[in-house]
Design a protein around this ligand. Structure first.
Ligand code: UD1
Length: 429
């Protein structure tokens, strides 16, 4: 199994290219199942999760082709993926594949909308909480689907097709919004989705669906109106820049007192994060080609943050912020309100000398003068990258194990970081 070795202490300086967002690319690839014409997505990140999803789409009958430059080439222009599903040959998404990545469960929406039936394994994914699917199933039932759970599979049928409905989500869910939105594009009549997730990746999918001929109003707001159409057509669409990768490298730069330009990054989808950085004494400013990140002072200042659905502070940046705050001058309060088990990085950060006191969903992070390199273990995608941020400022060497978590969501992480001066290498075996 691969490991990553990091020797801390180097200051990061230079440019990092921000890739397309994993959390947009996955549902966009899935949305391509809604049409029998080709959908061509550009700026798709090369990630283990994308490869796995393409495998699942092929099982269902889609043809997939990759084109474009690879990451690390200069200039990086992103990658292009063409998905063409002229015919859905299977409406079953098997356990062996879906259990490896939660987002693949979302094929349920297009399969049901296009084929009027689907058999999809209940999902797996990161071990960050129980992550139920009740909201998805209730929404599809409201649209006329009959749903049974048998032997770990969701069996959904909508003889005669889905019909429009008014759906009020009791809780904001990104995945349930994606699935309901995709399903509604081909349903008969109007669907209103209230308390919809407003994440930029949801809007990205909605905009792509519009390019495919869907009729959607209210994109970017918490109420989406979808008027079903008989069929969708092909489209070419670029994946939005990854705001989580942007925030992660911004905090990596801030941790080392560096000065980094995040090329292709967008400030308008990171307001809450930029405000927190400001409070921490880190300046994030817009430039022509992206965002520049610099520390404004020698010391990092403590912050008080709660994770919230967009436009709030993203849960996917919580672990990285906690790592950054281990070196702040004072005590930070970080509360996780989205997932109940998303603090597994606390123990690993403690192995590096961090002083974090966890009380329920709230962590009190007491800044320390030094972190020390140590062997640590990645437990989930975002937690693992928080250990990388800590390691960049730690004295000595950190050995990060189970890096397959990182490969799921960060494209060529060690190349991007070593290009701006980090002492980081991947060791195979
Ligand atoms: C997506 C993101 C993930 C991010 C999360 C929250 C992708 C591929 N993943 O995950 O990176 O951390 O949004 O921003 O885009 N819930 C229910 N019932 C349901 C569905 C969800 O109770 O049927 C709960 C979850 O347990 C969680 C909360 O709702 O507590 C939010 O989860 P959700 O927004 O659905 O997360 P994902 O779509 O899985």
């Amino acid at each position: 199994m691969d490991r990553i070795l990091i020797r801390g202490g180097n200051v990061l300086r230079g440019d990092i290219h921000i890739s397309g967002a994993k959390n947009a690319a996955l549902p966009l690839l899935i949305a391509a199942l809604l049409t029998d014409e080709p959908v061509t997505l550009s700026n798709v990140p090369r990630l283990a999760d994308v490869s796995l999803l393409l495998r699942i789409l092929r099982e269902l009958g889609a043809e997939t082709a990759l084109a474009g430059r690879k990451a690390g080439e200069s200039p990086f222009t992103g990658d292009t993926v063409r998905i063409h599903a002229p015919e859905i040959v299977s409406t079953t998404a098997p356990y062996e594949l879906v259990s490896k990545m939660r987002a693949s469960f979302w094929v349920l929406g297009p399969l049901l909308a296009r084929c009027h039936e689907a058999r999809v394994s209940l999902p797996g994914g990161c071990a960050i909480g129980t992550r139920p699917v009740d909201l998805y199933l209730k929404a599809l039932e409201a649209m006329g689907a009959e749903i049974d759970i048998e032997a770990g599979y969701v069996i959904a049928r909508a003889p005669g097709g889905l019909k429009g409905a008014r759906i009020v989500f009791p809780k904001v869910s990104v995945g349930a919004t994606h699935v309901t939105l995709m399903a509604a594009t081909l349903a008969r009549g109007e669907t209103v989705i209230e308390n919809a997730a407003r994440e930029p990746e949801v809007s990205d999918v909605a905009n792509c669906l519009m390019a495919m001929g869907a009729r959607i109003e209210g994109i970017g707001t918490s109420t989406l109106h979808v008027t079903g159409v008989d069929r969708l057509h092909g489209a070419a669409y670029p994946v939005i820049a990854d705001r989580i990768e942007t925030g992660t490298y911004a905090m990596a730069a801030a941790m080392t007192g560096g000065d980094v330009l995040l090329r292709n990054a967008r400030a308008d989808i990171l307001d809450a994060f930029i405000e927190v950085m400001d409070e921490a004494g880190v300046s994030v400013t817009e430039e022509k080609d992206g965002l520049r990140v610099r520390r404004c002072s020698d010391a990092l200042l403590p912050v008080s943050v709660e994770t919230r659905p967009y436009p709030g502070f993203p849960t996917d940046l919580q672990a990285q912020l906690m790592a950054l705050m281990t070196r702040a001058e004072g005590v930070s309060t970080i509360r996780e309100t989205i997932f109940e088990n998303r603090c597994m990085h606390v123990q690993e950060l403690a192995r590096m000398g961090a002083d974090i006191r966890l009380n329920g969903d709230t962590a009190l992070v007491h800044g320390v003068e030094h972190l020390t390199g140590a062997p640590v273990m990645a437990t989930d995608l975002r937690a693992s990258v928080s250990l990388v941020i800590a390691a960049l400022a730690a004295e000595g060497e950190t050995e990060l194990n189970r890096v397959y978590h990182l490969d799921r969501g960060f494209e060529t992480l060690e190349k991007k970081l070593s290009a701006v001066g980090a002492d980081i290498e991947r060791v195979s075996g």
